[in-house]
Design a protein around this ligand. Structure first.
Ligand SMILES: [Zn+2]
Length: 424
């Protein structure tokens, strides 16, 4: 039995789970918050510190580290044929202002534990192996998120990104120079054979089903809207109910419509109103104007489109009934991502061979892998996080899950090394 299983595996290597955990805890000191989380906004001194640590540690494992014109870091371990584009792993080391210790970081340090396992065993892959740290995944200091994997994939231009400013008015390009991570290689001129990203789920499904590994088949599609509802400010005491144009009352019904439309496309669709401004926001004034946002998502673009159509019809109807007007602007359209079938199968096999309980899953949030998938065969590996909590200082995972995820990453990389070489 045992022999049979080993035969199917690409190697008998395992990551050092204890060393991985030590790396996670040690690097958490760069931007550590009093509540045990991390504040490591992109291109800050804390970001520089963790980048310096990353470079030194990768070099000590026999890798050469370079960075491109957007500051994306590439730690390269040579293979037998260094003319082949690398098999790659990666994620991000930047965090939200009150971020946790694992979002993004697990993918980079998990990749580091793969490099460590290869280094210690002296295993030589056919392709070079690279570990990537993408600049500004979070989009918290400079918007939008996944900015530099976006440039890498040709979604945004380098010129636009360099001119982005944070809320203090500081230019992205200037901060990249300040921390010393603007490289000579033009971003995107770096072909990849395949890309695997390990990440925490940031949702409750794996934990609820007691699964260790999520085989991520794609990322759901999302559309965002800004809605302005206009009625008429009026005195709360003297304006009879039939004569009101109450923008907040109409908005309340619209918010419910967002929820209903999502539920009608259950179980996968979601719809959220998370931001609302009420004007003039005074206790004795019938509200004259309300601004709110809508976020709708589903793994199927056709469903997102159908939800949009249903929703717009209902919002118009509610506005008409309520004697108010409505203006809707679509501000973001992210089509669903479908990861490469071969890479997804490779992750599935890697999880099975490690005997980890696993299921296929679609990612709710966006990830760098979503953009990388436009330019290279890509898949992701999820591990559970406690209560599905993320973008929170209390974000928590177990050492066993971190190790399991990194082992699946290791096995996936080695399988891809064989698969993609044979298919050429
Ligand atoms: Zn992340």
């Amino acid at each position: 039995m045992m022999q049979e299983k080993n035969k199917a595996r690409a190697s008998n290597l395992c990551v050092d789970g204890q060393a991985l955990w030590t790396d996670l805890m040690d690097t958490a000191s760069f931007g550590k918050t009093p509540k045990g989380g991390i504040r490591r906004l992109t291109l800050t001194q804390e970001d520089k510190q963790v980048r310096d640590w990353f470079m030194q540690t990768c070099e000590s494992l026999g890798c050469t580290v370079s960075y491109d014109s957007m500051g994306n870091l590439f730690a390269r371990r040579p293979g037998q044929d260094n003319t082949l584009p690398p098999i790659t792993m990666g994620s991000h080391l930047d965090t939200q202002p009150t971020g946790g210790k694992f979002d993004g970081i697990l993918g980079v340090l998990g990749g580091l534990s793969v490099l460590r396992a290869l280094h210690k065993s002296g295993y030589v892959t056919r392709h070079p192996i690279e570990l990537i740290n993408w600049t500004n995944e979070e989009g918290s200091r400079f918007s939008p998120p996944m900015m530099c994997s976006g440039v890498f994939a040709g979604v945004f231009t380098e010129e636009d990104v360099l001119e982005k400013r944070d809320r203090a008015g500081i230019r992205f390009g200037d901060e990249l120079d300040t921390i010393g991570y603007r490289g000579a290689e033009p971003c995107g001129q770096h072909p990849l054979t395949a890309y695997f990203e390990l990440h925490i789920e940031q949702g409750p499904i794996l934990e609820a089903e007691d699964k260790t590994i999520g085989i991520v088949t794609g990322i759901q599609g999302a559309r965002w809207y800004e809605v302005t509802v206009r009625g008429k400010d009026a005195h709360a005491g003297s304006t009879p109910m039939p004569l009101r144009h109450d923008a907040l009352l109409a908005s309340a019904k619209m918010i419910e419509a967002v929820s209903l439309v999502a539920k009608e496309h259950s179980p996968s669709a979601v719809g959220t109103v998370g931001l609302l401004e009420n004007r003039p926001n005074s206790s004795n004034v019938v509200p004259g104007e309300v601004f709110f946002t809508i976020d709708i998502r589903d793994p199927d673009d056709a469903v997102v489109l159908k939800m949009e159509q249903d929703l717009m019809q209902r919002l118009q109807q509610i506005a008409q009934n309520g004697g108010v007007t409505i203006e809707v602007v679509q501000i973001w359209d992210a089509p669903a991502v479908h990861f490469d079938q071969q890479c997804v199968n490779i992750v599935e096999e890697a999880a099975a061979e490690g005997n980890y309980p696993a299921r296929r899953i679609v990612s709710g949030p966006g990830h760098d892998a979503g953009y990388v998938a436009r330019v290279a065969p890509t898949a992701m590996i999820f591990v559970p996080c406690k209560d599905g909590l993320s973008h929170n200082e209390e974000e928590s995972i177990t050492t066993a899950h971190a190790e399991a995820g990194a082992n699946v990453l290791l096995e996936a990389v080695l399988k891809a090394d064989q698969f993609f070489n044979l298919s050429e």
